[in-house]
Design a protein around this ligand. Sequence first.
Ligand SMILES: Nc1ncnc2c1ncn2[C@@H]1O[C@H](COP(=O)(O)OP(=O)(O)OP(=O)(O)O)[C@@H](O)[C@H]1O
Length: 317
Amino acid sequence: MSVETGTGKDTAVDVQGLVKRFGSFAAVEGLDLRVRGGEVHGFLGPNGAGKTTTIRVLLGLYRASAGRIRVLGCDPATEAAQVNRHVSYVPGEVTLWPNLTGQEVLDALAGLRGARNAAAERRLTEDFALEPRKPVRAYSKGNRQKVALVAAFAAPTDLLILDEPTAGLDPLMEEVFQRCVREAAGAGRTVLLSSHILAEVEDVCESVSIIKDGRLVESGRLAEMRHLAASRVTARLGAGREAAVRGELRTLGLDGGESSEADPDEPGRSDEVRMSVPRGQVTAVLGVLAAAGATDITCTPAKLEDLFLRHYQAVAR
Ligand SMILES: Nc1ncnc2c1ncn2[C@@H]1O[C@H](COP(=O)(O)OP(=O)(O)OP(=O)(O)O)[C@@H](O)[C@H]1O
């Protein structure tokens, strides 16, 4: 199945003005979300932001209260079977039939789907070090998660919707997961990844949407976000230079930075200044610091984590 061509670019997920109410409570309030075909798209937001609710609407498990939703060109409210044929879904808490073995679960899931790539399944079972002969009731949370991941990646689907899929995976398996995501994208599949593991998102996603209180607060390509985010600059200033340097930083439109007191146990050491500097001003700031004879100058490029965390603060509704 090919993705929808609706906005000039192939769009795998196209959500406009989604509202989902539970009684009088709006879990999602006018959300726009667009995922282009073939990209790995991070779906971020604090607890309770509405990610799982949105995903459930995408899968046709919840009916939207309002909005236009298209998944691979289909409306999940009326074409859920069509959507589910072409979508792999992994929830954060996988529940499986406890009396079946891992392999029997994979057989059952493939049977329900009606399509299977047995070779991919065998390879993924090995990659994720899954013990397919064990009964599911003997599996740890991480192992149950692995069964769902093997089934999802092995299925011949165009879109993977992964809702906190790596909760419970150990670091080695996290690596396998990231490799699988990259391979899926390399094969032209689209991935929508909801995750609280910011490093994971930073490593595998090309673009992200951040939601809060059921609304989109930021969306875009990570490379561009990185470019917009500020760098961290620290330096040590000689005694008596601080006021002059702060004055010069203010003329550049910066707030002069924070400073830490000189360590009383090390009287020879001067004060440290720390500041957040927009990328375009880094060269000018380094020039000011160098001219003032600053030492131990460090400049750390923007971490996406800082950008993300900005949106996680002040969550209370
Ligand atoms: N079936 C439901 N009935 C009533 N309220 C619900 C229901 N499902 C979710 N909610 C509420 O909707 C809001 C959004 O929940 P949702 O699970 O979508 O958030 P989330 O972004 O996935 O959070 P988390 O990161 O914690 O998994 C929350 O306030 C939640 O309590």
